[in-house]
Design a protein around this ligand. Structure first.
Ligand code: NA7
Length: 543
């Protein structure tokens, strides 16, 4: 039986992905004690689990990496513009080895509950082994896209063929060779795996509920000269990312969509389409995310692209994105995505035209008929941001469970803390910029800010750190005001929790930009953390 007398640590941390590993590094640097817990057998987080064919990051590899160590960024060389999952995972392993971080974590250890003990001013986590650990502060580095959505496909249990999910992929692609395969879903994960499954399957049927805007990723090997150039200016480039909108170098649009002629707009979209990436078509004009009419010009451009690429007009009509503004739901980046639908062995079914009714032992049944398949790939997404946090069973005697506290919607201070849950910190939590940014930039900022705050509390001789309800209300108001100026606010998506039945609608991120967010956080720290109570006292009262 595991001992219950393990020493109390300064920091308990959940997760050994980008967040937890940087937290372990930073805490070791501060000389504090740390105990980390990871469900998986090894480091990697999201990049440990998402091994489906074609999985890669949509943020360029030279930016989607840690900036905290100049040596690290000089010695590591990315091979492609967009790194595949395996390369990101070996990078994370390299970081863990290089900074000796693995020793701080228990692997195969799922946190089943985390309880605040007010008398001792400690958190106690219980692991699935039954073991408990206590620590002063609890950090959730549990990720935003780590809790797969419950499969809500009716009749799925009836199916006797192979079922595999993109978020927990566990078969070789060759298992799908020569099979009749169904892919359910057409988000980023599906867009990446569909072309590769199509290459091996006897027939692939894609069941699409909402057509998305899929841009060509234009992935390519990185030329040595480009890598050298990046490395020689890395420090400045990272600084640019930290002060940007999305954690990648900004490309500030110089015009609104209707400032230019139809012809010029079309030419600019063409160039942006060639460029691709998050600063591609969706970032070409200043008002694309705020003005529905402006957005429609970009959306229409993409629909024309679909019609141009996809030969069968019926398939093209199904694939044309027309139910939401471009970019208001996460855009997708693919390689030969639309081209794949020109293959004779690939077809697409619109679940809007013929809803999925059930599954039988060997078929997906829609109102249009039964589609016999040997394998089903679920690419149906995640219970984003709150799912991973709620699964930790975080509770305090006064506030109860986190999910009860947030039953009407998420309420946080800066996406980092939440009132009623002392000494509990979220790294890249809901209402932080994590949702719509290069998350590694957000993670580094969050861990730096959290550890500075803890250091401040220690210096003040305080054990307990908690935001005031007023400061939290203000942050919630700011996140809402910011998002309500955009088309994100009017679109159902996992960004707003609308992909999970019964999930309250809260926009799960701050969309004002990582640079602006960083400035606010820095100002707050500079002013002695107004909005945070130390041992129950707010700054105003301390002064
Ligand atoms: P997403 O982007 O949430 O995509 C899930 C897809 O699955 C989307 O097309 C959904 O349609 C569809 N879906 C979900 N549930 C069902 C059911 N029950 N029946 C049919 N279709 C369904 O998840 P991904 O894993 O692709 O990507 C997640 C993020 O990872 C991505 O945004 C990047 O940030 C990285 P819907 O649009 O809801 O109609």
């Amino acid at each position: 039986k595991a001992p219950v007398t393990a020493p109390v640590v300064d920091i308990l941390c959940v997760g050994a992905g980008f967040s937890g590993l940087y937290a372990a590094y930073k805490v070791a640097e501060k000389g504090w004690t740390f105990a980390g817990f990871e469900t998986a057998p090894d480091v990697g987080g999201t990049w440990y689990w998402n091994t489906y064919p074609g999985a890669r990051c949509d943020v360029e590899s030279v930016y989607y990496s840690y900036s905290f160590s100049e040596e690290l960024q000089q010695e590591w060389t990315w091979s492609e513009r967009f790194a595949p999952q395996a390369e990101i995972l070996s990078y994370i392993n390299h970081v863990a080895d290089r900074f000796d971080l693995r020793r701080h974590f228990g692997f195969n250890s799922r946190v089943t509950s985390a309880t605040w003990l007010p008398d001792q001013r400690l958190w106690e986590v219980t692991l699935d082994s039954g073991e408990t650990r206590r620590g002063r502060h609890l950090l959730a580095g549990s990720g935003g896209l780590s809790a797969p959505k419950d499969p809500d496909v009716p009749g799925l249990d009836n199916f006797t063929g192979t079922t595999v999910s993109t978020s927990r992929w566990n078969i070789p692609l060759s298992d799908l060779a020569g099979k009749r395969v169904a892919v359910i879903g057409t988000g980023s994960s599906a867009v990446q795996c569909i072309p590769l499954i199509a290459e091996v399957a006897e027939h692939l049927t894609v069941f699409q509920r909402t057509p998305n805007y899929v841009f060509p990723a234009r992935n390519a090997p990185l030329a040595a000269g480009f890598v050298d150039e990046i490395k020689s200016g890395y420090a400045a480039l990272r600084e640019e990312c930290r002060h940007s909108l999305g954690g990648i170098p900004d490309r500030i649009p110089d015009a609104a969509a209707f400032d230019v002629s139809d012809e010029e707009r079309r030419e600019r979209y063409e160039k942006a389409y060639e460029r691709s990436g998050f600063t591609g078509v969706g970032g070409e004009f200043s008002d694309l995310l705020t003005d529905a009419r402006a957005n429609e010009t970009a959306a229409d451009f993409m629909r024309q692209k679909v019609r141009h690429i996809v030969h069968d007009p019926r398939a093209a009509a199904v694939l044309e994105p027309r139910f939401h503004p471009l970019g208001a739901k996460r855009s997708c980046f693919g390689t030969d995505y639309y081209e794949t639908f020109n293959r004779p062995n690939v077809s697409v079914v619109s679940l809007r035209d013929e809803p999925l009714e059930t599954m039988t032992a060997d078929s997906v049944v829609t109102s249009g008929g039964a589609y016999e398949v040997d394998a089903v790939v679920l690419a149906i997404g995640f219970d984003a941001f709150t799912g991973p946090l709620f699964s930790l069973g975080v509770s305090t005697p006064e506030s109860g469970r986190l999910q009860d506290s947030w039953s009407e919607g998420v309420r946080t201070y800066l996406g980092v803390m939440t009132a009623g849950f002392p000494n509990f910190f979220m790294i890249g939590g809901p209402q932080s910029p994590a949702l719509v940014s290069n998350v590694v930039v957000t993670i580094e900022q969050a861990v730096d800010w959290i550890t500075d705050l803890i250091e401040h509390a220690k210096a003040e001789g305080a054990d307990v750190v908690e935001p005031t309800v007023e400061a939290q209300d203000e942050w919630v108001r700011i996140t809402e005001l910011t998002v309500n100026q955009t088309l994100y606010a009017t679109t159902d998506s996992w960004y707003r929790g609308s992909n999970v039945a019964g999930k309250p609608t809260t926009f799960l991120g701050y969309v004002g930009g990582v640079g602006k967010y960083r400035r606010m956080c820095t100002e707050i720290a500079k002013h002695g953390y107004p909005g945070i109570q130390l041992d129950g006292e707010a700054v105003a009262r301390r002064i």
